[in-house]
Design a protein. Structure first.
Length: 394
């Protein structure tokens, strides 16, 4: 069996909303449907009935995501009911995992045209109540937030594995001696790059605002932040720590989607592809050191692609925390940091968990298309200790 080439024809995303912000009134299934609908409309030569499957990442799934948000998005977007949909969960890597699974299906001939993406409404993530061990309990019952982090943790898990995500970032900062000033400087640069990219119109061909919501730009970008403002913020996880709300990604709402095709699908769309998917890799690390998950995943994916750091022209590394991102960069001395997140990263743009992997993959594809050629890398750290990476080429 021959392996087929897989192309990214288009990629769209919503503006990323802040927690409790402009998109907080929009259900996650509606966010997902919006990017699917927008993606199909941008390729008028494609008959929607020719979409073989829709893959969507979603890290929550406990609320209005309704278990299989991919299928909900297909139906709400008005695609034919013959188009199926599957939802995947690799936590922060879910959106990229959806892209990888869709690409794999196309590569082996199970599909010719697929949509892949991700969605998260952290604002609308519900509280959940564990079923009592017996009927009619007399005591109080505890609600668990599904917005972020551990919940209903198995007591057999070692305590060092189940630390809060921010404490995990502090551990990476300890490991690589990354101080507060360095983290704040990285965060400031992320905001400045994102603000500049929007001002220059670099996101105009990628972002599709949600109808009826007055949000035209990523909501968490702070154009006027400064080193002094960031320095005033108190540590969030340790009294004497370095991780703050200013040098970490915020809680967010948003969705992203990509159109993937093989050679036959490419002819059907009548469009020039943005990029070709070259290789993917996933690895695991100790859960508390989840922030360093991309380190080995990136090494493996570059090896699989037959490429090195010197071959890269653009990199999107999801900024869960400045400490985490800087920790990864410290372990890749051959990577030019100037190539990383040239249009801003998640600290400024936001990190809607299930959508981020699709967002950064689409970002790399658009950057390669703008450059006309090159090799791009997208990678994320994943809670509970995983790393995921993808190489694209044009």
């Amino acid at each position: 069996m021959s392996i087929r080439d897989v192309y990214i024809v288009d990629a769209v995303r919503t503006p990323i909303g802040k927690f409790g912000g402009a998109l907080s009134s929009v259900r996650p299934d509606d966010l997902a449907a919006h990017v699917v609908r927008s993606l199909v409309r941008r390729t008028p030569d494609l008959d929607p009935a020719q979409v073989d499957d829709v893959y969507f990442g979603d890290a929550n799934g406990a609320g209005e995501d309704n278990r299989d948000v991919a299928r909900m998005a297909v139906l709400l977007a008005g695609l034919p009911t013959s188009v199926p949909g599957v939802t995947v969960n690799r936590l922060c890597g879910s959106g990229m995992e959806a892209v990888i699974q869709a690409a794999r299906a196309i590569a082996v001939g199970d599909a010719s045209v697929a949509i892949a993406g991700g969605v998260e409404s952290m604002s609308r993530a519900p509280w959940v109540l564990q079923k009592p061990e017996r009927a009619f309990p007399a005591g109080h019952q505890q609600l668990h937030s599904t917005t972020l982090g551990w919940r209903m943790t198995n007591p057999r898990m070692p305590a060092e594995w189940t630390v809060p995500l921010g404490e995990g970032a502090e551990l990476v900062a300890d490991k690589h001696a990354i101080g507060r000033e360095e983290q704040d400087a990285f965060a400031l640069a992320s905001h400045r790059r994102a603000a500049a990219a929007w001002a220059e119109g670099l996101y105009d061909g990628e972002v599709v605002p949600y109808d009826g919501v007055e949000l035209l730009r990523d909501e968490c970008i702070r154009d006027t932040t400064s080193p002094e403002a960031l320095a005033k913020l108190k540590p969030s996880f340790r009294p004497d720590g370095t991780v703050t709300a200013g040098n970490a990604s915020p809680l967010n709402d948003g969705a992203a989607a990509l159109l993937l095709v093989d050679e036959d699908g490419l002819r059907e769309t009548g469009r020039e592809p943005l990029a070709r998917i070259r290789a993917s890799a996933v690895t695991g690390v100790e859960p508390q050191l989840f922030g360093l998950g991309p380190v080995e995943a990136v090494r493996r994916v570059l090896d699989k692609a037959g490429r090195g750091f010197a071959d890269l022209t653009t990199v999107e590394l999801n900024e869960a925390f400045a400490a985490q991102t800087l920790g990864c960069l410290a372990e890749w001395p051959d990577l030019d940091p100037a190539l990383v997140n040239p249009r801003g990263g998640a600290i400024a743009i936001g990190h809607p968990l299930g959508a981020s992997g699709a967002r950064i993959t689409g970002a790399v594809a658009h950057q390669l298309a703008a450059a006309g050629s090159g090799t791009g890398l997208a990678a994320l750290c994943i809670g509970v200790g995983q790393g995921l990476a993808l190489v694209l080429e044009r």
